[in-house]
Design a binder for this molecule. Structure first.
Ligand code: HEC
Length: 225
């Protein structure tokens, strides 16, 4: 009753009209929203895991054993990460099992000699002793180990040498740009350098015999031996 007697209700209609209009506009705006779309409410028939207790960063997690992050299950890898589990030692072991697909025929040895001359001779030298031009001329370049060491001759398989050519080792850069067949041919040539450096009595006799049979190959231009 008190309100009915208030000033507002007594106001003449002429003055009240703009207020009514304003109220209508505001209410209309609230109903439609600013961008004119209607509000939609999500209906959840089966909420399942929709509502979960989530934690703020750094907040203790009572479910985790250590109160912080849960440990990922064993074998979990981050998205996009490609695990590479073969270590260097295993790689050497695995590579050692690779077989040289080529036979050391004369043609193969010629190819090997050619590409040894292109890619290896600069550091490893003509005979494989490690005194290539890069080493002797350019002081500071470390002397590579001999290619006819006991280790390389009796322990290292062709596959192991193939691995070093392909991946490099220490100061030696990788030479995977050499065609694999040429790498294998180079290895046969390296084997022949090893044999030349440590010839058996038979090898020496064979060379002597070859010399007698082909004297022209061992003569200088002036005809001397
Ligand atoms: C830029 C110089 C350089 C070139 C070119 C090069 N090497 Fe080497 N090589 C080295 C050095 C230095 C080492 C020793 C690396 C180390 O273990 O630190 C080495 C090591 C090796 C070994 C291992 C020897 C051992 O006892 O561990 C082999 C086998 C080998 N090289 C073969 C080759 C062959 C075959 C080529 C040609 C395809 C070649 N290298 C080209 C510098 C070179």
């Amino acid at each position: 009753m008190k309100f009915a007697k208030s000033n507002n209700s007594m106001r003449p209609a002429r003055q009240a009209f703009p207020l009514v209009l304003l109220a209508a506009l505001v209410a209309g705006g609230m109903l439609t929203g600013c961008d004119g779309r209607r509000e939609t409410r999500e209906v959840l028939n089966m909420p399942d895991m929709h509502f979960q207790q989530s934690f703020k960063p750094q907040e203790p997690n009572p479910w985790a054993e250590n109160g912080t992050m849960m440990t990922p299950p064993e074998g979990t890898v981050p998205i996009g990460f490609q695990p590479y589990t073969i270590g260097d030692l295993e790689a050497d072991e695995l590579a050692s099992k690779l077989q040289n697909p080529l036979e050391p025929t004369e043609d193969v040895l010629r190819v090997g000699r050619k590409y040894y001359g292109v890619f290896c001779i600069g550091c490893h030298g003509e005979t494989g002793n490690g005194m290539g031009n890069v080493v002797t001329v350019n002081a500071g370049m470390p002397i590579p180990p001999s290619l006819y060491s006991e280790k390389l001759r009796s322990e290292w398989t062709d596959g192991r040498i193939f691995h070093v050519i392909t991946r490099g080792q220490g100061n030696m850069p990788p030479y995977d740009r050499i065609d694999p067949d040429k790498r294998w041919a180079i290895i046969h040539y390296v084997r022949s350098l090893q044999r030349a450096a440590t010839p058996t009595e038979e090898d020496l006799q064979m060379v002597e015999g070859f010399k007698t049979e082909n004297p022209e190959l061992f003569r200088n231009q002036d005809g001397k031996e």
